[in-house]
Design a protein around this ligand. Structure first.
Ligand SMILES: *Cc1c(COP(=O)(O)O)cnc(C)c1O
Ligand code: SF4
Length: 336
């Protein structure tokens, strides 16, 4: 079916305009998807806790009229978010929230997370960030300078990971300036960017952004975040192709989510599609236990059984590592 004209017009706009036009309420999103909010377990309280935000480029990948669509489930605020689950707290990875104030999080050897924006282009209901909706936090110039100085002063740091929020919400000029500053730090080998934007707002991958990356003296790695093969639209494929053509290494991390991708078929299809388009499956994360996300949990036992099925079906290089975050640990923990 050809795309409606209004959609074509939307996708001809630049990424900032597309972002400004993202869905921000249940009614509009449901109307677009040919669903009635009255037939869905939607919750206004859940929206008040963590706003709805869905760019059209992601919504367009949701099957119309399907209340159980695996992409819809990632973004629709529902009453299950109000339930208490044992072990789920407001602060499962609290250090990230504090790092958002200072800009750096140095937990693992040789790598630091550099956090300079708290916002995202999409609000994923399963995210720990839902409890810290520091929506438009941007690191002050002073804090950013201090963070760069910290990296400069520690020669054991070989990789800086731009994280967030979503670092690709920074403007091209701001990213260019940041990458130039990092470029001048001799002991740095790699700049890694963790972003969901190549998947949910592929228009973000502008020529200017790509030329900033190719001008850098450091090796550039981009880690995308895609949970389901249906998220990989033609626009996503085109953006990833331009990154690949520019020599950027692409990895993906996914989160294992109940009723989104918790079956071997969906996980295999995700790996196949990622790999087809030049992205190596890197991590499959167990859910961080943030309050409001318990209904997404897949048990470790189940997760392990699933990854074994994927392992039996795919070449080893298409099998992501099943990992979990553990407070105080010096790396992500393999689930074995
Ligand atoms: C996940 C993470 C990293 C990156 O870990 P890799 O295993 O290298 O991908 C670095 N620092 C922190 C604090 C992290 O949570
Ligand atoms: S894009 Fe990432 S950080 Fe942002 S809401 Fe989604 S999962 Fe959380």
């Amino acid at each position: 079916m050809p795309e409606p004209q209004a959609e074509t017009q939307h996708f001809n706009k630049n990424w900032q305009q597309q972002l400004a036009e993202a869905f921000n309420n249940i009614e509009d999103l449901c109307h677009y998807l040919h669903l009635s909010p009255n037939d869905l377990p939607v919750s206004i309280t859940a929206v008040e806790q963590f706003p709805l935000r869905v760019p059209l480029s992601f919504a367009a990948c949701i099957e119309k009229g399907n209340p159980h669509d695996p992409l819809l489930r990632q973004v629709l605020p529902i009453s299950d978010e109000l339930l208490d689950y044992p072990g789920f707290s407001n602060d499962p990875v609290g250090d990230l929230a504090s790092a958002a104030q200072t800009g750096v999080l140095h937990k693992y050897q040789g790598r630091v997370l550099f956090i300079n924006t708290g916002s995202c282009a999409i609000n994923c209901r399963y995210c720990f960030r839902r409890n810290f909706p520091y929506i438009d936090l941007q690191l002050s110039k002073q804090n950013e300078d201090d963070a760069i100085q910290y990296i400069q002063n520690d020669a054991s740091i070989s990789e800086v990971i731009l994280s967030g929020g979503d670092p690709l919400l920074l403007s091209d000029s701001r990213l260019a300036r940041l990458i130039q500053q990092l470029d001048s730090i001799k002991h740095l080998k790699r700049i890694r960017i963790h972003s969901r934007l190549p998947i949910v707002l592929p228009a973000r991958i502008t020529n200017e952004f790509i030329s900033t990356l190719t001008q850098s003296a450091k090796q550039i790695v981009i880690v995308t975040h895609c949970n389901h093969a249906n998220e990989i639209s033609d626009r996503v494929i085109a953006s990833c192709k331009s990154l690949k053509t520019a020599g950027i290494t692409l990895f993906n991390q996914a989160v294992l989510l109940k009723d989104v991708n918790d079956n071997a078929e969906a996980l295999c299809e995700l790996s196949e599609q990622l790999f087809n388009h030049g992205i190596i499956p890197y991590y499959l994360h167990l859910l961080d236990k943030a309050a409001g996300t318990g209904h997404f949990e897949v048990s470790e036992t189940e997760a392990l059984a699933l990854i074994r099925q994927v392992q039996a079906a795919l070449p080893g290089y298409m099998v992501p590592k099943l990992v979990k975050e553990q407070a105080g640990a010096r790396s992500k923990q393999n689930v074995l």
